[in-house]
Design a protein around this ligand. Structure first.
Ligand SMILES: NC(=O)c1ccc[n+]([C@@H]2O[C@H](COP(=O)([O-])OP(=O)(O)OC[C@H]3O[C@@H](n4cnc5c(N)ncnc54)[C@H](OP(=O)(O)O)[C@@H]3O)[C@@H](O)[C@H]2O)c1
Length: 246
């Protein structure tokens, strides 16, 4: 890990921040991608550099192929070589399956599925021996009628993960981490997820460090590709149905 470089998308706070800090702790230089959270990205950049590794910031709205190509090219321009791509940035909105409009589906698919796809393709062109991790969601094994555009875009990302793992072999590995109940929604505290803990077989929420551990494990492996690790206390075993009538 020492001396390698990783791009972490949507890294300014929450899980992305935790992953970036965990990688920096083991000597990985970090390219912090962010969209709106400039001051959080800047304080993360300083915190990472205090750990003795290099850190660069790249601002971009991952809204199309061109901006994704720009992020990868800028990262290689700054860091010269990039070894890891962590596709973490995400849209997470409530949109019911019966009322979601085309623009809701587009917004979720663009950021959650197609941005990782375009970022990965450009990354593979620049470093055919790199490693990619996609952040999915443990709920993809169940149903989520309350956040249907989000849920279906993450399902697409799971297929993209396996497709690119095969396409980019033998030089690269492409894997995924699917978090379950880890953080409350932005702006809410842990009391807001307390009632959901009873749905988790291990009866508690996880920590960002648990997610970062899985990312590190996959980046350390040379012989795992096309896999998804669930960091969810067993929640995917329950096949939850959110907002359903069953
Ligand atoms: N938190 C959990 O418990 C949990 C559970 C299951 C799965 N996950 C998955 O784990 C990952 C991290 O979760 P999180 O809750 O930490 O994520 P988050 O806070 O919802 O989003 C991470 C970042 O994505 C960026 N982003 C959103 N739209 C963007 C766009 N159009 N272009 C560029 N960046 C954009 C935002 O950056 P700016 O702030 O800079 O705008 C945001 O800070 C996500 O992929 C999520 O689906 C998380």
């Amino acid at each position: 890990m020492l001396g390698k470089t990783a791009i972490v998308t949507g890294a300014a706070h929450r899980l992305g921040r935790g992953i970036a800090l965990a990688l920096a702790d083991v000597g990985v230089n970090i390219v912090v991608h962010y969209r709106n959270s400039d001051s959080d990205a800047e304080s993360l950049r300083r915190e990472i550099e205090e750990k003795g590794v290099q850190c660069w910031k790249i601002q971009a709205d991952l809204k199309d192929e061109k901006t994704c190509i720009g992020v990868i090219d800028d990262a290689f321009g700054d860091a010269k070589k990039v070894d890891f791509l962590i596709n973490n940035a995400s849209v997470y909105e409530s949109k019911d399956i019966m009322s979601a409009a085309l623009e809701d589906l587009e917004k979720n698919f663009v950021v959650n599925a197609w941005a990782p796809f375009f970022l990965s393709r450009r990354f593979a062109a620049k470093n055919p021996s790199g490693k990619i991790i996609n952040m999915i969601d443990a709920h993809i094994d169940g149903y989520d009628f309350e956040r249907f555009p989000y849920h279906s875009s993450k399902e697409a990302l799971e297929r993209i993960t396996r497709s690119l793992a095969l396409k980019f072999a033998p030089g690269m590995t492409v894997n995924a981490v699917s978090p379950g109940l880890i953080l409350p929604l932005e702006g809410k505290d842990y009391s807001s997820i307390k009632s959901k803990e009873k749905e988790v077989p291990l009866k508690r929420h996880g920590e960002p460090e648990n997610v970062a551990d899985a990312v590190l494990f996959l980046l350390n492996s040379d012989f795992i590709t096309g896999q998804t690790i669930y960091v969810d206390g067993g929640a995917h075993l329950v096949h939850m149905v959110r907002g359903g009538n069953t």
